[in-house]
Design a protein around this ligand. Structure first.
Ligand code: PLP
Length: 380
């Protein structure tokens, strides 16, 4: 009965909001025209794409002209990183990332390292927060470079000290990219407050469908397109626009903006706290791996001493609870998560950890039932 399962894996992907589906439908049926076409039907579709651009810009405090639609978050990260690599050039330049980045930042920066860039990886403390002192030592004032530091981590939900990191990078004239894929739509992310040059967004993490993302490119920041062709997206990402998905992303952005402004995410964080407290009452050997004050409101990352998460997961699934041990794309990979290793966890603690990620659709009844299911399986 997977249809009725309790879903606590919203950091892997989130349920598409019914209002998003509704907003997309006309662009899958009657309004299927090409936004580049000059006749009225095409221009109406183009106007809808521009409205979606305004909605996404509004969510993060950007100008609409600074938003480029992409095919996914991975593409947004690659676009920013590969462009920056070309802009700074490999001679004497340095790239700084954190050890806890998603593979969509780690793999492209490893590819840069393979062709001669000096790539440095900065660690985090036991709370999964970037070590700013190390970051400051690594960012160099005598060479060109850029930093790519995630806004919030996908496994632990921990929000990074982005403002401080940007200040350090900007002080030496470096460019700054942030993978904000797990932060946008969950916590306020405002590029009018935090002067990053590039910021990646992925729709399916906040109730838009999979297969659409965006890259914020600050006006004036140097940018080299990765995909060239018909010149769509002001030449920054060619290819006929994926109109229905872009409309969906815009609608989801507007829904999440009002959720954030009207306390919807406070309700999510109360449910997360209820989950942690409930498990703490039921089980002696459960431990929060992160401090809630640092995490996005929807994530609980917990270690169940004496348990093995990979053995718990199929039992939880059979009992009607869907969650994960780390990130969805690490499922099936051997070894403890690189994030928990960076936090200094023992293998035993890392292997005993579950990530439970909620959304605005999570209910109190689901949380109470999830506590019962997890407690029962952890006691086995
Ligand atoms: N970056 C982070 C932090 C993520 O959590 C994810 C998705 O898991 C990605 C990048 C990749 O995004 P997408 O699935 O849209 O390619």
């Amino acid at each position: 009965m997977t249809a009725n399962a309790i879903y606590l894996d919203s950091n892997a992907t989130s349920k598409v909001h019914p209002r998003v589906v509704e907003a997309m439908m006309p662009y899958l049926t009657d309004q299927w025209h090409n936004p580049s076409s000059g006749y009225r039907a095409g221009q109406e579709v183009k106007a809808a794409v521009e409205r979606a651009r305004e909605q996404v810009a509004s969510l993060i405090g950007a100008e609409p002209s600074e938003i480029v639609f992409t095919g996914c978050g991975t593409e947004s990260n690659n676009m920013a990183i590969k462009s920056l690599a070309r802009v700074i050039g490999r001679k004497h330049s340095r790239v700084v990332v954190s050890e806890i980045e998603h593979s969509a930042v780690l793999r492209p920066t490893e590819a840069m390292e393979a062709v001669g860039f000096d790539v440095k990886r900065v660690g985090v403390d036991g709370d999964c927060r970037l070590r700013l002192d190390q970051f400051a030592e690594t960012v160099a004032d005598d060479r060109p470079g850029f930093a790519s530091i995630m806004w919030a981590n996908n496994e632990t939900g921990v929000v990074q000290p982005i403002e401080e990191a940007v200040e350090i990078a900007n002080a030496v004239g470096w460019h700054f990219h942030t993978d904000a894929i797990q932060a946008v739509g969950k916590v306020p992310v405002r590029v009018d407050d935090v002067p990053v040059d590039f910021l990646s967004i992925s729709g399916h993490k906040f109730h838009a469908p999979k297969g659409v993302g965006a890259l914020f490119i600050r006006d004036g920041s140097p940018f080299e397109p990765m995909i060239r062709g018909g010149g769509q997206e002001a030449g920054r990402r060619s290819g006929t626009e994926s109109v229905p998905f872009i409309i969906g992303l815009g609608e989801a952005a507007s829904i999440m903006q009002s959720e954030i402004e009207n306390g919807g995410l406070d309700r999510v964080s109360e449910l997360r706290d209820r989950l942690q407290a409930g498990l703490g009452q039921q089980l002696n050997r459960v431990r929060c791996n992160t401090q809630s004050c640092y995490a996005t409101p929807n994530v609980a990352h917990l270690a169940f001493e004496g348990c093995v998460a990979s053995e718990m997961l199929p039992k939880l699934d059979a009992a009607g609870l869907q969650c994960s041990a780390g990130s969805a794309c690490m499922t099936g990979k051997a070894g403890p998560s690189h994030v928990q290793k960076a936090m200094g966890f023992s293998d035993e603690r890392a292997y005993s950890s579950l990530r439970l990620s909620l959304s605005i659709f999570t209910t109190e009844e689901e949380i109470d039932r999830a506590v019962e299911i997890i407690a029962e399986i952890a006691r086995l």
